[in-house]
Design a protein around this ligand. Structure first.
Ligand SMILES: Cc1ncc(COP(=O)(O)O)c(C=O)c1O
Length: 478
């Protein structure tokens, strides 16, 4: 590694070179005054020699070229506003106000925010739900074809792969269909930055030919929270238009601490990916083999639960561990609570019928063993019971676009009085941030029942203003 391409080393050098900062940030790197817990010494702005993220020509241009080389992309961007800013920029760089967009219904709320901001008119594909776990499955390529046939004015298709839960879609097939209509495909791969370095590398959306791929480096790779990457491929999306919209949705004062973390992540991948990911694959394989001992709980696509038992999944990310409680008297929240209280294990998310544990290349043998021991102990103690299969929920009827709904006067009504009315709010569970109901849609009985059972199961429902304390009332359009 050349010293001048190592951003962290440059920042460390700058902290020690004696130059006095008559510039932002306001902490002035005064670690004597402030203490050294936070990385003040490294936190600079675009001072001479440190390039400019929004017009890179030096060390940051070099960092982005290295990112592009790692993933085999034509153009890559380092992001410090999470995947969120990349998704907003990606959609804005393709869609024009009021245009049509094709979305997998299980897209993240950042996609829905772009739809509302740009006044877009969404067409949805509802992925089939896995009946055992209740997890949304892969986006069937044939549904993409059918939607494009039915709506010739669609300008962009957006799917998530892998999803928060780990479900992978056939991006290669979807890209071929979408490209056949001359329009681009944006893949929200917020949870897929690691795939390129695993045995499942064929599923990396960049390799599969997607035009815009957004990845949260911070979710599945060693990078600080908010570090992300965007990759542009093909000729359907202009990198310079994408850069223009990034400068709209990303801060004009990007953190060099975060950029140094992107740089350190890239260096880790350049130097250690092969060995580190081989060791990670072995850990996952050993964990999967040990899951054969579970009798009531099971880990999706591990141990005795093969991928072929889930026809709704094209493939499944080996690093995600949804621990399914559907055959036990526990629900996902109760399992998370037991893991936390009895075993000091913090899981990523509780859903109705599973607890999601996320792993990464940075997990240790000891960590995997602790999880396994805890699962075996809970499995022995828990009584078995079969909960009913999950079905694919029908899509609510779209009455207005989210933007049109935002222009209407609104009032709040008790939950049951809302049936048949148009929602003024978008509601979601967080995590994963996938909407239950989108502003402009008709509120039906299924949605009301879902909100009631979320309340019963201690699962928080969110809207744009934050957590809905008691979702026993909704805001509807007049
Ligand atoms: C599928 C998906 N897309 C996008 C995002 C946004 O990513 P970030 O938090 O990096 O902005 C998330 C965050 O949880 C997500 O789960």
């Amino acid at each position: 590694m050349k010293k001048e391409s190592d951003l962290l080393a440059m920042l460390q050098g700058n902290a020690e070179n004696g130059a006095y900062p008559f510039h932002m940030p306001g902490h002035k790197r005064n670690t004597t005054l402030l203490g050294t817990e936070l990385p003040y010494a490294l936190d600079v702005t675009e001072i001479d020699g440190f390039d400019d993220l929004h017009a890179p020509s030096g060390i940051l241009a070099d960092l982005q070229a290295r990112l592009a080389h790692l993933y085999g992309a034509k153009n890559s961007f380092a992001l410090v506003g999470g995947s969120t800013c990349g998704i907003l920029a990606g959609i804005a760089s393709v869609c024009r106000r009021g245009g049509r967009i094709l979305l997998a219904r299980n897209c993240h709320k950042s996609v829905y925010n772009a739809v509302e901001l740009l006044g877009l008119r969404p067409i949805y594909i509802q992925p089939p739900v896995d009946p055992v776990s209740g997890i949304a499955g892969s986006v069937p390529p044939e549904s993409v074809r059918a939607a494009l046939d039915a709506h010739k004015d669609i300008r962009l298709a957006v799917v998530t792969s892998p999803t928060y839960d780990g479900v992978i879609s056939d991006i290669r097939a979807i890209a071929q269909i979408v490209h056949g209509r001359g329009i681009p495909l944006l893949v929200d791969a917020a949870h897929g930055a690691h795939l390129a370095f695993t045995e499942q590398n064929a599923h990396c959306a960049v390799t599969c030919g997607a035009d815009v791929v957004i990845q949260s480096l911070h979710k599945t790779l060693p990078a600080l929270t908010q570090c992300a990457a965007a990759h542009i491929g093909g000729d359907l999306v202009s990198p310079s238009v994408f850069a223009k919209y990034l400068s709209v949705f990303e801060t004009s004062s990007p953190s060099y601490v975060l950029l140094a973390s992107v740089s350190a992540c890239v260096r880790f991948l350049e130097e250690n990916a092969e060995n580190a990911f081989a060791a990670y694959a072995e850990r996952l394989a050993r964990f999967s083999a040990s899951c054969l001992e579970l009798t009531n709980l099971f880990v999706l696509c591990k141990g005795q639960d093969p991928l072929r038992a889930h026809p709704a999944f094209f493939d499944f990310d080996a690093g995600k561990l949804p621990i399914v409680t559907a055959r036990t008297a526990l629900d996902g929240a109760a399992l998370c609570k037991r893991l936390r209280r009895e075993f000091a294990l913090e899981s990523e998310m509780a859903a109705f019928s599973y607890a999601l544990c996320m792993t990464s290349v940075c997990d240790t043998d000891a960590g995997f063993l602790r999880l396994l021991d805890a699962l075996l102990a809970i499995d022995r103690a828990v009584s078995s019971r079969t909960t009913p299969d999950f079905g694919t929920p029908p899509l609510p009827k779209v009455r207005l676009s989210p933007y049109e709904a935002s222009l209407r006067a609104a009032r709040t009504l008790p939950l049951h009085a809302c049936i048949g009315k148009i929602s003024a709010q978008t509601l979601w569970f967080y995590p994963p941030g996938v909407p239950i109901l989108v502003a402009g849609e008709e509120i039906d009985e299924t949605t009301v029942q879902l909100l009631e059972s979320a309340a019963l199961n201690d699962i928080t429902v969110y809207c744009a203003e934050g957590a809905c304390d008691s979702p026993d009332a909704l805001t509807v359009c007049d």
